[in-house]
Design a protein around this ligand. Structure first.
Ligand SMILES: N[C@@H](CCC(=O)N[C@@H](CS)C(=O)NCC(=O)O)C(=O)O
Length: 331
């Protein structure tokens, strides 16, 4: 029973007990607010106007059916309100097609595109010419000071960082209760997986796979060690959790960026045999989320091509990444 139920003064406390004894099946659902309204509304007796407890208690007994009816009605109407709110949310669709500034093989962009697909949201892809450094030019930097894709424009609301974008989309254009659960603990698990990927798994994937593929970085044993360590951690997380998806029994937004981390590894034929749990989760995602996988798979094809034949970006004056591979050859 809600503790608030007995927060009244001693008179009402006893009356509360009386109501509770008459309505045992409601004990767990009646709030103090319900009771107060009940006292004022049904019995027409305010908290201060209880002249005689015995008299009041007997009047309440006489009214017990009304009280029960009243509480049921109140509860039902508040439940209706909640479900109305949810269904309004379900039907929300953007009034204008969203714009997603993207690069076709960019893992974070592809994760956002999978979320858009799952949520069935109309959108326009605005291709950024990555090879020619369009994302580093003034026009784009004005939109996104990070100089990165993806970038979302939802009718003037502009947002970067793929995880923030996915969370925003799943929240604003909610389709069901499972993709980004509202329960605090279930959502915390989803957020944990997202944070783990961003801070650990994808970071080590970037350092071992993506940076040496696109820029003039060596592929080092140390970075391989770090990558294996984060894979081992994910393997353990999945083993302990023992569920089909990374954050539970159904696909959530957390699966998408983690799938993209694995796509990067598959593109370089990384051997997952030491990580059977990750391998089976990844395979299951491909099988069970075919429409989403189709999007990721396009990225896989492109990334595989780049892994086999790394692009030459030496014409770019990149603010942070070295692009001249000849420096590496000299080392
Ligand atoms: N933290 C960012 C990472 C985005 C990111 O790394 N994007 C890459 C493309 S895959 C990028 O735009 N890099 C800019 C560059 O290399 O100059 C996110 O998840 O949105």
């Amino acid at each position: 029973m809600s503790k608030g139920y007995f927060r009244f003064d001693s008179n009402v406390n006893s009356v509360g007990g009386c109501v509770a004894s008459r309505l045992p099946d409601l004990k767990n659902s009646v709030t103090s607010h319900d009771l107060c309204s009940c006292l004022k509304g049904t019995s027409k007796i305010g908290q201060e106007a209880v002249p005689n407890l015995t008299e009041f208690a007997s009047s309440l007994k006489a009214d017990a059916n009304n009280v029960q009816q009243f509480l049921y009605t109140r509860r039902k109407s508040s439940l209706n309100l909640i479900s109305r709110k949810k269904s309004t949310n379900n039907n929300r669709k953007p009034t204008m097609p969203l714009k997603l500034y993207s690069v076709s093989d960019s893992p974070p962009t592809l994760a956002v595109r999978m979320a858009l697909k799952y949520l069935d949201i109309d959108h326009e892809l605005v291709d950024i010419d990555f090879a020619n450094g369009e994302h580093l030019k003034e026009d784009y930097i004005e939109k996104n000071p990070q100089g990165e894709v993806p970038l979302l424009d939802d009718d003037g609301f502009v947002l970067s960082e793929s995880v923030a974008i996915i969370q925003y989309l799943a929240e604003k254009y909610k389709k069901d209760d499972t993709f980004y659960p509202e329960d605090a603990q279930e959502r915390a698990v989803v957020n944990h997986r997202l944070a783990f990927n961003l801070s650990t798994l994808y970071k080590t994937v970037v350092e071992y796979m993506l940076l040496p593929t696109f820029y003039a970085y060596p592929r080092t044993e140390l970075n391989l060690k770090k990558l294996n360590h984060s894979l081992k951690t994910l393997e353990e997380i999945l083993n302990r959790q023992d569920k089909a998806y990374v954050a539970g029994d159904s696909v959530t937004i957390a699966d998408l960026p983690i799938v993209m981390s694995l796509v990067c590894l598959e593109a370089m034929s990384f051997d997952l045999s030491e990580y059977p749990r990750i391998a089976s989760w990844y395979l299951n995602f491909k099988d069970s989320c075919g429409e989403l996988w189709e999007i990721a798979n396009k990225g896989l094809e492109e990334l595989t091509g780049f892994a086999q034949s790394p692009p030459d970006l030496s014409h770019l004056e990149h603010p942070i990444h070295p692009t001249d591979r000849s420096v590496l050859e000299d080392e």
